[in-house]
Ligand binder design. Structure first.
Ligand SMILES: [Zn+2]
Length: 419
């Protein structure tokens, strides 16, 4: 049987309310027409399902319907994003891509003998590790390897348990496996990534994508905050480590980095593109909230009832700022003093609302605080229920045009087509 293999370039598109599948897929079709084959992946985490009140079957239905409607002939997938052993089961019938989240197990100490036997099993990790593409080789002592194993071994074993649980239910080779470690405090260095990959291979996990935590801040819906040059160095080193791990540990040949971007990390798209070209490497890049924000932009731009609803959702998000921010506290930086009052926003024209929200850093009216609050504020739209969904239908033309343009022009083009 043929193993399900993820294409070289793939792009994760979350869609909180499952209405934008076609508009999203149209962006991939535009990329294909411009010469870049990018595999669309619809991702939705358990957390998003809980907040919206949706079922994993809805993501599969949306993806299949979009593919049928557009006559998309290429590969596509449905990603059970950030699942764990206790949350994966309801995704099993509907997803062919599983992002196994083991961040919570990072730093939990494994039994001492497990560390010792890992170090013994991997003498190649001790000493000078020359990786051709990394200018300066890195060096690990046995103690270093042991320390890193002590931090990550339990997480990789947990990934093995979850992988085997999925494989038992669905059959090995019938789904794409990603392992994610991004939702944790400290970034993983390239040497740590090498140890992690060795441990994942020991567990027999055929990971096709790995999502480390990178240096810098990946706040929701706004640009990268950090040293883009340091990111570029680290991203290059990670690519070299992956190439090495594929060779040394027999991991799948298409293993690639997965960037859980939190959407809109425009200033690192150039560095990512350069690094991929240098290594001939692929990448998976996930977005989600950027599409939901385009829904609000589309509603506001439609003016009248659409604008009124966009303002109402902002007002609700502001009144419930604490509640909607809590699940995302680690990945937002909102200065409350910079959030406009409800009375101020009430007086805004459609153009003013759109200027504040649309991610155009050159526009002096752009407000990243308002944007982050609305990014995490989708629960307020979910609470509106049918009123929100009806508005999406009513203003579909304005909404879908914004969704497609955003994904293609601001994301797919700079990443995969080139300026
Ligand atoms: Zn993530």
């Amino acid at each position: 049987m043929k193993t399900l293999t993820l294409g070289k370039f793939s792009f994760g598109m979350g869609d909180r309310f499952a209405r934008q599948g076609k508009a999203q897929l149209r962006a991939c079709a535009l990329a294909a027409a411009a010469g870049a084959q990018v595999v669309p992946v619809w991702n939705k985490s358990n957390r998003e399902h809980l907040i919206v009140g949706s079922e994993p079957s809805s993501v599969r239905a949306e993806a299949d319907a979009a593919v049928r409607a557009l006559g998309w002939k290429g590969e596509y997938h449905v990603d059970a994003d950030h699942i764990r052993l206790e949350t994966v089961d309801r995704f099993l019938a509907h997803s062919d891509f599983y992002t196994i989240d083991v961040a919570d197990s990072i730093g939990k100490p494994p039994p001492a003998e497990a560390i010792g036997s890992f170090v013994k099993r991997h003498p190649e990790l001790t000493g000078r590790i020359a990786i051709a593409e990394i200018g300066r080789p890195f060096e690990m002592t046995g103690a270093d390897v042991g320390r890193i194993a002590g931090k990550y071994l339990l997480a990789t074993q947990e990934a093995g348990r979850i992988y085997r649980h999925i494989a038992e239910a669905k059959g090995a080779g019938t789904f794409v496996t990603e392992v994610s470690m991004d939702e944790t405090d400290a970034p993983q260095t390239p040497p740590e990534l090498l140890v992690i990959l060795a441990a994942l291979a020991d567990e027999g996990i055929p990971a096709q994508t790995i999502a480390p935590k990178f240096t810098g801040r990946f706040n929701k819906g706004v640009d990268y905050v950090g040293d883009a040059r340091q990111f570029e160095q680290e991203f290059n080193d990670d690519l070299a480590v992956i190439a090495r791990a594929v060779k040394d540990y027999g991991l799948p040949g298409n293993l690639k980095l997965s960037v859980h971007s939190g959407s809109d990390k425009f200033s690192i798209y150039g560095p990512i593109r350069r690094a991929l070209a240098r290594f001939g490497a692929g990448v998976h890049l996930k977005t989600a909230g950027t599409t939901w924000l385009e829904e609000i932009i589309g509603l506001a731009e439609a003016d009248g009832e659409g604008l009124r609803l966009a303002k109402e959702i902002y007002g609700q998000a502001l009144e419930h700022a604490e509640e909607v921010s809590a699940p995302y506290a680690a990945v937002i930086d909102i200065d409350r003093a910079k959030l406009p009052a409800i009375a101020v926003v009430a007086g805004w024209s459609a153009a003013q609302f759109v200027a504040a929200l649309r991610h155009d850093q050159k526009n002096p009216e752009f407000n990243p605080h308002l944007r982050q609050l609305l990014h995490v504020g989708y629960k307020m739209a979910a609470k509106l229920g049918d009123r929100y969904l009806t508005a999406l239908d009513e203003f579909e033309a304005s909404v879908s045009a914004n969704v497609t343009t955003n994904l293609f022009e601001r994301h797919l083009r700079p990443l995969f087509v080139g300026a």
